[in-house]
Design a protein around this ligand. Structure first.
Ligand code: AMP
Length: 420
């Protein structure tokens, strides 16, 4: 038997229903904040990610699925979508249009990580990006939008971690201080940290190795190194979050795994997840456009891990993905099928989820099939009922039954709740 590739999976009902639900809530919440959908390709030139996410990051150096196209071009399955959105912004010269551009996207991303609960090699993200501005109120609004999304999904237990990692002005001094602090204890750090000390010292701060922690705790804090402009931006953002009652934890060691970030970075974690507790992450990337060869364009965004949202929701609202049959149409007598089918069509047009059997069944068998499908109602269409324009609608939960004419039936179904 051919099976799925390690780290990928089939998403089956009812879990697929949960995915559809979290996606539809995201679309609705983001619409209220004036975001529009953008769809970019699943594969791009590998160079796009090397230049933006960064050659030295784990994502690009170890986890990216790259391959050579038949014409020799190095391609990659996208490990994330921010770089693609900025590429599209530049390619379509959207910077020439006035105002901010607000986009959201959703779809699969690919990273060759070690699979575990909540971590896959193909996983789903919903993300949003705002291009063309760097007002701290924009950062606050984006953070507010993700917390609003969590509220709409009914996820109340989460932590918002916040940091600023400075910009091209102030970060070099911090990196230098980090190198100075790390140098004397270099031998005690893990191999990854020793390598990063040379290639990308900032990333030492989010090393997960237990033995490195006591040393990292002693390293300087980026917040003490912010230049006046970055400091003021961060102060203003914090004041806005406070004003709106959005509680956060200041986390100076949170640097995130992508090189394009500047200033604000944030993450939302949940205790309902295991070791992979990060639900979403984001931040500002004011230099990204230039890294891709474009003009200066300020930007901020985030990416939500859908698989992890579904894991959390399946714990706190397990019935959410279920969408059972609302109406099971049972017909009795060889002449009843045509009318029963016509009624089914009309019921479907009212928005009700219907099923009709193609072979005639005894009523008892039909009811047991309806029961197995957890159908909410059964409509009984016999030859007598057709002649009298009076159909039996059985409420499977209450056990009650009522006689309705065709028009009464359709009116009654229109008032059924669309989703259980
Ligand atoms: P990142 O793009 O690394 O900033 O990650 C943003 C979010 O995507 C994380 O908070 C996770 O929820 C999710 N995510 C990242 N990598 C994976 C993965 N391999 N499997 C499942 N979800 C992931």
């Amino acid at each position: 038997m051919i099976k799925t590739i390690r780290g990928t999976r089939d998403i089956l009902p009812p879990e697929s229903g949960l995915f559809a639900y979290v996606e539809s809530v995201a679309r609705e919440v983001f619409r209220r904040f004036n975001f529009d959908e953008i769809r970019t390709p699943v594969f791009e030139k590998a160079e796009l990610f090397a230049r933006s996410v960064g050659e030295e990051t784990d994502i690009v150096s170890k986890e990216m699925y790259t391959f050579t196209d038949r014409d020799g071009t190095a391609l990659a399955l996208r490990p994330e979508a921010t770089a693609s959105v900025v590429r599209a912004f530049l390619e379509h010269q959207m910077g020439n249009e006035p105002g901010l551009k607000r986009f959201y996207y959703l779809g699969p991303m690919f990273r060759r990580e070690r699979p575990q609960k909540g971590r896959y090699r193909q996983f789903f993200q919903i993300g949003a990006e705002v291009l063309g501005g760097d007002h701290p109120a924009l950062d606050a609004e984006v953070i507010e939008m993700v917390t609003e999304y969590l509220r709409c999904l009914g996820i109340q237990e989460f932590s918002l971690l916040l940091n600023s990692i400075g910009d091209r002005q102030c970060r070099p001094a911090f990196l230098q201080a980090l190198r100075v602090a790390a140098e004397p204890v270099k031998e005690k750090l893990c191999e990854n940290c020793r390598r990063r000390l040379v290639t990308n010292p900032l990333r030492i701060l989010d090393c997960k190795e237990e033995s490195c922690q006591p040393y990292i705790d002693q390293f300087p804090s980026i917040l003490d190194f912010l230049c006046a402009a970055c400091g003021a931006h961060f102060e203003k953002l914090r004041a806005l979050l406070d004003e709106r009652g959005l509680r956060y934890q200041l986390t100076p060691r949170m640097v995130r795994g992508l090189d394009y970030y500047t200033r604000t970075t944030f993450e939302i974690t949940s205790d309902l997840l295991g070791a992979q507790n990060s639900l979403l992450g984001g931040g500002r990337y004011d230099g990204l456009s230039e890294m891709l060869g474009g003009p200066p364009v300020k930007g901020i965004g985030f990416a939500i891990g859908l698989d992890r949202f579904v894991l959390v929701l399946s714990q706190i609202r397990p019935a959410l993905g279920e969408d059972p049959v609302q109406l099971f149409v049972a017909w009795l007598g060889p002449k009843a099928f045509s009318k029963a089918y016509e009624l089914t069509q009309k019921c479907r047009q009212t928005g009700v989820r219907c099923v009709i059997e193609f072979e005639e069944l005894k009523l008892k068998k039909a009811l047991s099939n309806a029961d197995r499908m957890k159908a909410g109602h059964v409509l009984i269409v016999g030859e007598d009922e057709i002649a009298r324009n009076s159909f039996q609608l059985k409420d499977m939960k209450a056990g009650s039954q009522e006689s309705l004419s065709e028009s009464e039936l359709l009116a009654r179904l229109s008032s059924l709740p669309g989703r259980l």
